[in-house]
Design a protein around this ligand. Structure first.
Ligand SMILES: NC(=O)C1=CN([C@@H]2O[C@H](COP(=O)(O)OP(=O)(O)OC[C@H]3O[C@@H](n4cnc5c(N)ncnc54)[C@H](OP(=O)(O)O)[C@@H]3O)[C@@H](O)[C@H]2O)C=CC1
Ligand SMILES: CC(=O)N[C@@H](CCC(=O)OP(=O)(O)O)C(=O)O
Length: 341
């Protein structure tokens, strides 16, 4: 049995890690931290976990410095993670950071979009934790930077097209996200009357996930990325519509074959040749569903992806990465199926 700890376990991704790890047979959660709930029992903050035998003696601690485990999940905001992670790395532990702090090799790009000074990368092997593209690096890494939620759905939606040079450089992503993407603390933007019965575009050309998507796609081929997120009146899920323009004379069937080949060994990526992906099908699961593949008369190829932002977009992917780092079956603890309807 491996021991893991969750820093920031009162938040949404921390809670989702606890929900999924309740079913993991090779891992025990030995520490959970919170600054404001230290001393409280896990069931007090997360009543939905009540009765889980594995968690019966689990209490929040405020003492991050004393936390020790085989692997640490830092489910903390960007800026906070880079104050916390280096100490665990120096003490020889494996870390999966869910924030944006370690996703960029080029820190000037991070500073430009996050508008904070980066404190530097630890001297260790760091991998970008998208298993479908970086599995071998994740196996060897001590620190895994878990991808952003929008980047996960966007990159997986077009990676085969970029890799095979099927589309032109310019790619436009339009994403609709659930409100849980904004974290556990409510704001005016996420206030129910402002979200309900509205679809609110935000950071229309400036979202910090734009450079993350682009730098990853550029590792596969040519890519100039434009991205606009929209807040939708749903709790979980990200539906991304990728607008691309064909650079080659290929038809729908050939494109679907390219996707099926590219993802043939990837359990968590499902290709739908007929049906259009739905958020309910991936809800609570680690799947990224991809479909659409329709071409209009102007050679625009439209691909749709659906993920659960808290699972494949965050905590599920983090557990998939942990499974790879420990040499476990990648699917361990991630056997959830979605809903219909
Ligand atoms: N929500 C989502 O869909 C996704 C989120 N992410 C990223 O994952 C990370 C966590 O997100 P999420 O769970 O939504 O965020 P939340 O705001 O819901 O939770 C953040 C947690 O971090 C703790 N925390 C905040 N500041 C500090 C600090 N300075 N030191 C120690 N602990 C701190 C808080 O605990 P307390 O106040 O109790 O100490 C809280 O438990 C973020 O970086 C986020 O951007 C990534 C992908 C998707
Ligand atoms: C709805 C909502 O506000 N979503 C968040 C998603 C951010 C997130 O989780 O981003 P990181 O993974 O990069 O930290 C946003 O757009 O900022």
């Amino acid at each position: 049995m491996k021991e893991v700890a969750i820093i920031g376990a009162t938040g949404y991704t921390g809670a989702e890690l606890l929900r999924l790890l309740a079913n993991h047979e090779k891992v025990n959660v030995t520490y959970i931290t919170s600054r404001k709930e230290a001393g409280k029992h896990v069931f007090k903050i997360h009543p939905h976990l009540k009765g889980i035998e594995k968690y019966k003696d689990l209490y929040f601690t405020g003492d991050v410095d004393k936390v020790e485990a085989d692997l640490i999940f830092t489910a903390t905001p960007h800026g906070a993670s880079m104050d916390i992670v280096p100490d665990f790395i120096e003490r020889g532990m494996k870390v999966i950071d869910l924030s944006g702090d370690y996703r960029f090799e080029d820190l000037s790009l991070y500073e430009k979009y996050y508008k904070i000074k980066h404190k530097g990368l630890p001297e260790t092997k760091i991998a970008y934790g998208l298993p479908e593209l970086h599995r071998e690096e994740i196996k060897k890494a001590q620190l895994v930077a878990n991808p952003g939620c929008f980047p996960t759905g966007a990159i997986l939606a077009v990676a085969p097209l970029v890799k095979e040079g099927i589309i032109e450089e310019r790619i436009i992503f339009d994403s609709k996200t659930g409100v849980s993407g904004a974290g556990v603390n409510p704001t005016e933007i996420t206030h129910f009357p402002n979200v309900n019965e509205n679809i609110n575009p935000y950071k229309i050309t400036t979202h910090r996930h734009t450079p993350e998507i682009e730098k990853e796609l550029k590792k596969l081929g040519k890519a100039k990325v434009s991205f606009t997120p929209h807040l939708a009146p749903i709790t979980r899920g990200i539906l991304t519509t990728a607008h691309t323009f064909l650079a080659k004379d290929v038809d729908r069937e050939e494109i679907i074959k390219v996707y099926e080949k590219f993802y043939k060994d990837e359990f968590f990526v499902r290709i739908f040749s007929e049906e259009i992906p739905k958020l309910t099908w991936v809800r609570g699961t680690n799947f990224c569903d991809i479909g659409g593949f329709e071409i209009d008369e102007h050679n625009r190829l439209v691909v749709i992806s659906a993920i659960d932002n808290l699972v494949k977009g965050a905590s599920g992917q983090a557990i998939q990465n942990m499974n790879i780092m420990f040499g476990f079956d990648e699917k361990e603890g991630l056997f959830e199926v979605g809903l219909n309807p």
